[in-house]
Ligand binder design. Structure first.
Ligand SMILES: *[C@@H]1O[C@H](CO)[C@@H](O)[C@H](O)[C@H]1NC(C)=O
Ligand SMILES: *[C@@H]1O[C@H](CO)[C@@H](O)[C@H](O)[C@H]1NC(C)=O
Ligand SMILES: *[C@@H]1O[C@H](CO)[C@@H](O)[C@H](O)[C@H]1NC(C)=O
Ligand SMILES: *[C@@H]1O[C@H](CO)[C@@H](O)[C@H](O)[C@H]1NC(C)=O
Ligand SMILES: *[C@@H]1O[C@H](CO)[C@@H](O)[C@H](O)[C@H]1NC(C)=O
Ligand SMILES: *[C@@H]1O[C@H](CO)[C@@H](O)[C@H](O)[C@H]1NC(C)=O
Length: 501
């Protein structure tokens, strides 16, 4: 018996030795040949609050926003900054090192007649998503809105959603932002449309009509909340098998609801659990009938300090991400304060978060310094970020990117880490880059560092410690791959230092 066991063990060991010499030699070309294209996104690591991919790598995103806020609700494919999102656009973004786009999928474009989806529109959105995938870019599917509806000089929901008769005529939009309601046409749209230029859109959230309409979405008046959730099911069906979906962003910058009937909604955090959470659960339930695994991005109200949700949508923080924005105002503190608060939320809600909008357009010296600080701070906290917005990249006189804005996007960063990242930092003064992580031996996919060509026009020099633990491979002109060497040990700390030539 003992002898048999012993010989079994011996033969098992020899098989193991033979197979490890056979299969474990690092073969970068072979790995990429076997795994072409983007990797599907996996789960959120609920201990580290980071997003992983199906290979177990921790993933980071530097992205931008592409949202068309008027009919036909999508950007044209012919390069024409700031109005396009086509081949030249994604090529430009890829060259800058951008690996994610939060792409507006307007409900207004998708369901122009209640209950009748416009498949032509949905197909156009899907083809734009495919174009991004062909250029190494993930898509965060974003149902976008600002001030909800055209009836309120805003956009987002279809025209059939909001009824002029919902509030008494003397309280109609934009009372009390203006004391007299705007004249409206037969669809309830302010007329002439130029009257919309006379008000500040962000203050329109405080009008009776807008609060009332959000209230009806949240309390499912006339099944409007169900229609919203049904639209999400439709969207998820479009993308069930799509590789480059980063996640589903349920609704951009949701307002608190009808604060005229319930003033407590204005207290930061209250609307999150009273109004938003039930709607997010309703939409997520519909998504999960057709798509069991994609990450669901949910937002709190725009001026939250700490999140007021009792739980993430459907309660499983391994499949959710809190999507948050930083602008000042409404955020009053520094970007650092906002990120620290969101990290506190992550710990409480056992999930991850992502900065999906922050100022990224030309401005005075103070604004430019604040943008620099925002991208540096987000990177320091290993928080993925997306600038607002893609179209602001360009000087529309020349159709060329502003070099200052391009530089904010063209930072070196680790798109994928085959282990647990400890820190990374891109120094925009000398373009040096440092990454530290501990190796996970069971992750066979490589660490990938994005080194945009414009930032390293003459190439770069790499040094790693311990050098023998990582096998370097140049995947393409801007991607350095680092495969874990056979003799590296699990949990071993490694560092990567890159300087420009
Ligand atoms: C690698 O091992 C860790 C720790 O045991 C585990 O949590 C993780 O899921 C594994 N990853 C893969 C890709 O197997
Ligand atoms: C559907 O979308 C396409 C593309 O924008 C548009 O041409 C068409 O008019 C839309 N159909 C309806 C019924 O709105
Ligand atoms: C997704 O792929 C699976 C497996 O190939 C297939 O059965 C299913 O019909 C596809 N779903 C959609 C919506 O294309
Ligand atoms: C845009 O480009 C034009 C032409 O080169 C230039 O005159 C203008 O100053 C640029 N605009 C800004 C804001 O830099
Ligand atoms: C960035 O690089 C410059 C020039 O080498 C150096 O003076 C500065 O201290 C570096 N900044 C950081 C934060 O390391
Ligand atoms: C680890 O392996 C590499 C090649 O795969 C080799 O160059 C290096 O000497 C090895 N290091 C140790 C400590 O065995």
């Amino acid at each position: 018996m003992q002898l048999v066991t012993c010989s079994l063990i011996t033969s098992a060991i020899s098989v193991l030795l033979a197979s490890s010499t056979l299969v474990s030699a690092v073969d970068p070309q072979g790995w990429y040949a076997a795994n072409p294209g983007l990797s599907k996104i996996g789960l959120v690591n609920q201990n580290t609050h980071q997003i992983t991919d199906v290979f177990g790598r921790v993933r980071f995103f530097h992205g931008t926003n592409v949202v068309m806020k008027q009919a036909p609700w999508y950007r044209s494919s012919n390069f024409d900054p700031p109005n396009s999102f086509g081949l030249q656009d994604v090529q430009n973004l890829q060259k800058l090192g951008v690996n994610a786009v939060r792409l507006g999928h307007h409900w207004a474009g998708a369901e122009p007649v209640r209950g009748q989806y416009n498949q032509t529109f949905l197909d156009i959105m899907k083809s734009q998503t495919q174009l991004a995938e062909d250029h190494g870019i993930y898509i965060l599917v974003d149902v976008h809105q600002d001030v909800l509806a055209g009836q309120f000089c805003g956009h987002g929901v279809p025209n059939w959603f909001a009824q002029h008769s919902w509030v008494s005529s003397y309280k109609a939009f934009p009372v009390p932002q203006k004391l007299t309601p705007f004249a409206v046409d037969s669809n309830g749209m302010p007329t002439p449309s130029s009257v919309c230029d006379s008000i500040d859109w962000s203050l329109s959230y405080l009008t009776v009509a807008v609060c009332n309409a959000f209230g009806r979405l949240y309390n499912n008046y006339d099944n409007l909340g169900d229609s919203f959730a049904a639209y999400w099911k439709k969207l998820a069906q479009q993308y069930t098998n799509t590789t480059n979906i980063l996640g589903y962003n349920l609704l951009n910058e949701p307002w608190v609801g009808d604060s005229y009937s319930d003033p407590t909604l204005l207290t930061p955090g209250v609307a999150d659990h009273k109004n938003l959470e039930p709607l997010w659960n309703k939409a997520a339930t519909q998504i999960r009938t057709v798509d069991t695994n994609k990450l669901i991005f949910f937002e709190g109200t725009t001026y939250d300090i700490l999140s007021g949700f009792n739980n993430v949508p459907l309660g499983d923080g391994s499949r959710t991400v809190q999507s948050f924005h930083y602008y000042n105002p409404p955020q009053l503190g520094t970007i650092q304060t906002t990120i620290k608060n969101r990290i506190q939320d992550n710990v409480r809600l056992h999930t991850a978060s992502m900065l999906t909008e922050h100022t990224m357009w030309m401005g005075d010296a103070t604004q430019m310094a604040n943008i620099q600080s925002a991208v540096e701070t987000a990177d320091t906290y290993m928080m993925s970020w997306m600038g607002w917005a893609y179209e602001n990249l360009y000087n529309t006189t020349t159709d060329q990117p502003y070099s200052e804005i391009a530089a904010f996007y063209s930072r070196a960063y680790p798109a994928a880490v085959a282990g647990n990242p400890t820190s990374f930092f891109f120094n925009s003064t000398d373009n040096s880059f440092n990454l530290a992580y501990t190796i996970s031996k069971n992750v066979s996919a490589p660490t990938e560092i994005i080194l945009p060509v414009g930032t390293y026009p003459n190439g770069y020099t790499v040094s790693t410690t311990p050098a023998s633990s990582l096998v370097q491979y140049t995947k393409d002109s801007m991607t350095l791959a680092l495969f874990t060497a056979d003799n590296a040990t699990d949990g071993q700390a490694v560092t990567v230092h890159i300087t420009k030539k």
